[in-house]
Design a protein around this ligand. Structure first.
Ligand code: UDX
Length: 430
């Protein structure tokens, strides 16, 4: 059993804290957001993540998980401190590391004996060096400490599973003592361990996320070739995916990637490369393809509806992917705003993200269910592949729509079945 403190109770920090508690450790999660901490103390989670709420509540009851907004209190009894604060994007694409610096300074003042300080947030290479320097400079007591990098690879929607059954555990350490502590902590989890230094671990995280985005943009680029030639991108992806060197995951063509991680991490990686004198052109192309995919949906709507002005469009799916209420960098936001610029009236439905969407999108008519969004609309556009959408009654939908037009931004449906229902169907790359 290890005493752990997790600083930052966001998507990464809260999952990390709850899962370490579930593994039998004593965990205290700290966040400056008093409202969030008070909520967690009352079993109210700040976001939706399958399986997390039960885990938080059970571990709190078992006395293994607690919450505070005092950094000093959280550090006092802990051996390992995980830093999982946000690293948002600056307007120039760079990662904003002011929260990390601020936390490092506060940790320095609160250190009362040896601690291992572990970076969990996605950070540019050399952040570990900066944290080390900052703590050294600000710690008056001269206590010993180590810095490590243990990047997370948690997907929203499956974060608990990803934590408990990861493909690999990356440990970037600079001392035997740090390595021992982390290896012991991760003992209950069976996965290959990649042990390396801090800088390499930091790079593994950036390189992995960028590669995932690259895969998505690659298949999206292929989908555009498919549309111009009459090939089917689903079959192309299937044919490619059986090759073990390529792999079948992350080859779903669609409206492009969104979310808090991929878009931000790629921008930060491009910026970091620029700073060290390398023009990461490949990743810039990945971004361009991603932006093009979003525009494609608006173009498809125009092709289908002729004049957009004054038309009504039903949008099904607002979250950047299923099983989350997260709207950050969601393609739906861009697409809805573009349609609104062209004076399209928007009716929208999402099983989880409508409350969040209200903070980002104005003048949208939010609906109770998919059928209400279809009712009286000139077209229905699918932007998130929620399970709930997979078995819709298309006879009813056709009846409700003003014009029988379906734009499927996630290739959820079979074009032939749609045709049989008398619907005009537009997929991606089919
Ligand atoms: C990602 C990484 O997967 C995870 O390892 C990292 O720790 C955090 O960032 P997440 O942001 O939760 O996780 O989403 P992910 O499942 O990777 O999907 C990202 C975006 O890509 C979504 O918008 C999704 O719809 C899109 N996507 C994914 C595709 O368009 N096609 C695909 O084939 C896969």
């Amino acid at each position: 059993m290890t005493n752990i403190c997790v600083i930052g109770a966001g998507h990464v920090g809260l999952v990390t804290g709850a899962c370490f508690a579930e593994l039998g450790n004593s965990v205290i999660c700290m966040d400056d957001d008093v409202k969030k901490i008070e909520g967690l103390k009352n079993d109210v989670l700040p976001f939706y993540e399958p399986g997390l709420e039960v885990m938080v509540v059970q571990n709190k009851r078992a006395g293994r998980l607690s919450f505070t907004h005092s950094l000093e209190d959280s550090i006092a009894g802990s051996n390992i401190i995980f830093v999982a604060v946000g690293t948002p994007q600056k307007s120039n694409g760079e990662a904003d590391l002011t929260s990390i610096e601020n936390v490092a300074r506060r940790i320095a003042c609160a250190l009362d004996g040896y601690k291992l300080i572990v970076e969990k947030s996605t950070v540019p290479i050399k952040t570990g060096d900066w944290i080390h320097k900052t703590i050294k400079l600000n710690c008056k007591k001269g206590v010993e400490f180590d810095i490590a990098s243990n990047p997370e690879f948690l997907r929203e929607g499956t974060a608990v599973h990803d934590f408990m059954q990861p493909d690999r555990i990356v440990l970037g350490v600079e001392s035997e003592r740090a390595a021992r502590l982390l290896i012991e902590l991760y003992k209950p989890i069976h996965a290959p361990v990649v042990r390396t230094n801090v800088k390499t671990a930091e790079l593994i995280k950036h390189a992995s996320n960028s590669f995932l985005a690259l895969k998505i943009s690659y298949i999206n680029a292929i989908s555009n070739i498919c549309e111009k030639t009459g090939a089917d991108v689903l079959k192309v992806a299937e044919g490619m995916g059986y090759d073990k060197r390529i792999g079948k995951d992350f080859l779903n063509a669609g409206v492009g990637y969104g979310g808090y991680c991929l878009p931000k991490d790629i921008s930060a990686f491009i910026k970091m490369a620029e700073e060290i004198g390398y023009d990461f052109e490949l990743l810039k192309a990945v971004q361009r393809v991603n932006n093009y995919q979003r525009q494609q949906i608006v173009r498809k709507a125009k092709d289908a509806l002729w004049n957009l002005q004054g038309k009504t469009v039903g949008i099904l799916g607002l979250a950047f992917k299923p099983d989350t209420d997260d709207m950050r960098e969601s393609p739906s936001m861009y697409i809805i705003r573009e349609l609104q610029k062209q004076e399209v009236l928007i009716k929208a439905y999402d099983p989880q993200a409508m409350d969040t969407a209200k903070n980002f999108l104005q003048d949208v008519e939010y609906c109770q269910n998919p059928y209400e969004a279809a009712s009286g609309s000139d077209a229905l556009i699918f932007l998130t592949e929620w399970d709930e959408f997979k078995n819709l009654d298309f006879v009813k939908i056709k009846r409700l729509l003003k014009q029988p037009i379906i734009i499927d931004g996630r290739n959820i449906f079979d074009p032939l079945t749609m045709k049989e229902h008398g619907l005009t169907y537009f997929g991606i790359g089919r």
